[in-house]
Ligand binder design. Structure first.
Ligand SMILES: Cc1ncc(COP(=O)(O)O)c(C=O)c1O
Length: 418
C-alpha cells in the first residue's frame, strides 16, 4: 500500500518529457541500446542480443584481456582470501591488496598514484579539493561528462567555469589571460587524453608548452581511454608519450583496456598525493574496490609490466590502422586523423545515423551512435570501438555494410567539425 501511494506521488514529477529518454527508448526497442547480452559464455568477439549473434564493435576491452587466465585466477585467489568486499572506509583500513597494487603503480606511471574506485570518483575527489572559489576552470568543449560533473561541484563552491574551443591551446591561452585579468588565482585546464566520442588525441605537445610558459596555469587530464593499450607498460597516451609535467595531474582508468575497475590519479608531488588520498571526499566517504577486482587488477598490472603486452599493443595498433586505411579506400568519412581504438564515422544527420545503426544490427554488428547531446547537432555518427577480439575480416564486413548504406542513401559529409 505504501509503495502504491509513493508511486502515485511520483506521478506528479515530470518523467516522460525528456527528449533523450524518448530517443533511447526507441533505440532500446530496436535492439540498439540498453540491451542485455544473452550468451552464457562471453567471448568478447560476439554477443547474442535478442536471440541474434552480433559482432561486438562497442567494447572498450581494447587489448581483449577480460578472460586472460592470470586475471581470472588473481580474482579467484583474492576472493577466497579476503572475501567479496572489505566494507570499511579506506580512511580506517585497506586490504593488503591495495598496498601491493600501489607498489606496482610506481613502476608503471611516472609520478605518485592514488587508486580510486572509479574515474568519476577520482575527479570528484581531486577537483573540488584542489580548485577553490578564487580559481577558475577552463573546460575543453569535448571533455568527458565525468569531468563536467566534478566541475559542477567546484561551481557550487564558487569556482568560475568556462568552456574552451576543443583542443585549441591558443584559445586556452586567451581565456587564461582574460581570467587572470579578472583576478582569478589558479587556472585549471581540464581535458581528456583521448576524447571518448571522437577518439581524437589531446594536443599534449602544445599543452606542455603552454604549461611551461604560463604561470598559474595547471592541467587536469582524464586519459581513461589511453590507459593500457598504449604507452610503455600501458602507461597511456599522455604519460606514455610525454611524461608527467610538473603542473599536470593525469587520471587513468583500469576499467577499459585494463578490464578491471578503478582509476589512478597520477600527481607529480608526494605530499599532494598524500593530501588527495587522505582528504579527497570520495576517498573517505565511498567504499573501496572489492578484493576480487583488486586481485585481477594486480595480475593485469603485472602483465603490463611484462613484455607480453607489447605484442598485444602492436596487434591493436595494426587493427586500428587497417580500419582507418580501409575507411579511406572505401570513402567512409572518419572524423579524426588519430590512430586510436575509438573511431567516429560521420553521417551528419540524426535520422540517418539511427537508420544506419539499425541496418548494422540487422546485418550482425553491434555498435553505437554518437548523437546530440553527446555530440553537437549535425555532427552525428557511428562511434566504433576496436578490440583485439575483432579480426580484419570482421572489419571488412562491417565497413562493407556502411559503404553500401552511404552509397544507397547518397550520404555526403564534410568531416571538418562545425
Ligand atoms: C573519458 C572517460 N572518463 C571517465 C569515464 C567514467 O569512468 P568510470 O566508470 O571509471 O567512472 C569514462 C567512461 O566511460 C570515460 O570515457
Amino acid at each position: 500500500m505504501a509503495v502504491y501511494l509513493m508511486q502515485l506521488k511520483m506521478r506528479n514529477i515530470e518523467r516522460n518529457n525528456n527528449d533523450l529518454y524518448k530517443v533511447l527508448k526507441s533505440l532500446q526497442s530496436n535492439g540498439c541500446v540498453f540491451q542485455y547480452f544473452e550468451d552464457s559464455d562471453f567471448n568478447g568477439r560476439t554477443i547474442e542480443v535478442q536471440g541474434k549473434e552480433l559482432l561486438h564493435f562497442a567494447s572498450c576491452s581494447y587489448l581483449g584481456l577480460e578472460k586472460h587466465p592470470a586475471l581470472i585466477n588473481g580474482s579467484i585467489d583474492a576472493v577466497k582470501k579476503y572475501g567479496t568486499q572489505t566494507p570499511s572506509s579506506r580512511a580506517m583500513v585497506s586490504s593488503p591488496l591495495y598496498k601491493e597494487l600501489e607498489g606496482y603503480m610506481e613502476q608503471i606511471f611516472p609520478g605518485h598514484t592514488i587508486i580510486t574506485q572509479t574515474v568519476t570518483l577520482a575527479h570528484c575527489a581531486v577537483l573540488p579539493l584542489l580548485i577553490h572559489a578564487e580559481d577558475a576552470i577552463i573546460l575543453d568543449a569535448y571533455a568527458h561528462n565525468s569531468i563536467r560533473m566534478a566541475s559542477d561541484l567546484c561551481k557550487a563552491n564558487g569556482t568560475f567555469v568556462v568552456v574552451a574551443k576543443h583542443n585549441d591551446m591558443s584559445h586556452v591561452k586567451y581565456l587564461k589571460y582574460r581570467l587572470k585579468k579578472e583576478g582569478k588565482r589558479n587556472i585549471w585546464y581540464c581535458a581528456d587524453g583521448i576524447y571518448s566520442i571522437h577518439g581524437d588525441l589531446c594536443d599534449v605537445t602544445n599543452l606542455h608548452k603552454l604549461l611551461d610558459e604560463e604561470d598559474d596555469l595547471y592541467a587536469y587530464v582524464d586519459d581513461a581511454h589511453g590507459t593500457g593499450w598504449c604507452g610503455k607498460n600501458g602507461s597511456g597516451y599522455i604519460l606514455g608519450s610525454y611524461g608527467l609535467h610538473d603542473k599536470m595531474i593525469v587520471t587513468e582508468s583500469f576499467a577499459k583496456s585494463m578490464v578491471c575497475s578503478g582509476g589512478g590519479v597520477v600527481v607529480p608531488d608526494y605530499l599532494l598525493a598524500d593530501v588527495i588520498k587522505m582528504t579527497g571526499q570520495t576517498m573517505i566517504f565511498s567504499g573501496p574496490i572489492q578484493p576480487p577486482v583488486l586481485g585481477s587488477l594486480i595480475e593485469c598490472v603485472k602483465l603490463h609490466l611484462s613484455s607480453e603486452v607489447e605484442q598485444f599493443q602492436s596487434e591493436i595498433l595494426e587493427l586500428i590502422q587497417y580500419f582507418r586505411t580501409n575507411c579511406s579506400i572505401l570513402g567512409i568519412p572518419v572524423v579524426t586523423n588519430d590512430d586510436t581504438p575509438i573511431q567516429l564515422i560521420k553521417i551528419g544527420n540524426t535520422e540517418a545515423t539511427f537508420e544506419l545503426l539499425s541496418t548494422l544490427v540487422k546485418s550482425g554488428y553491434f555498435t553505437m551512435t554518437a548523437t546530440y547531446p553527446a555530440i553537437a547537432k549535425g555532427e552525428d555518427g557511428i562511434r566504433v570501438t576496436l578490440t583485439r577480439h575483432i579480426s580484419k575480416q570482421d572489419i571488412d564486413g562491417f565497413l562493407g555494410v556502411i559503404k553500401q548504406f552511404i552509397a544507397v542513401n547518397n550520404i555526403i559529409v564534410n568531416t571538418e567539425p562545425t
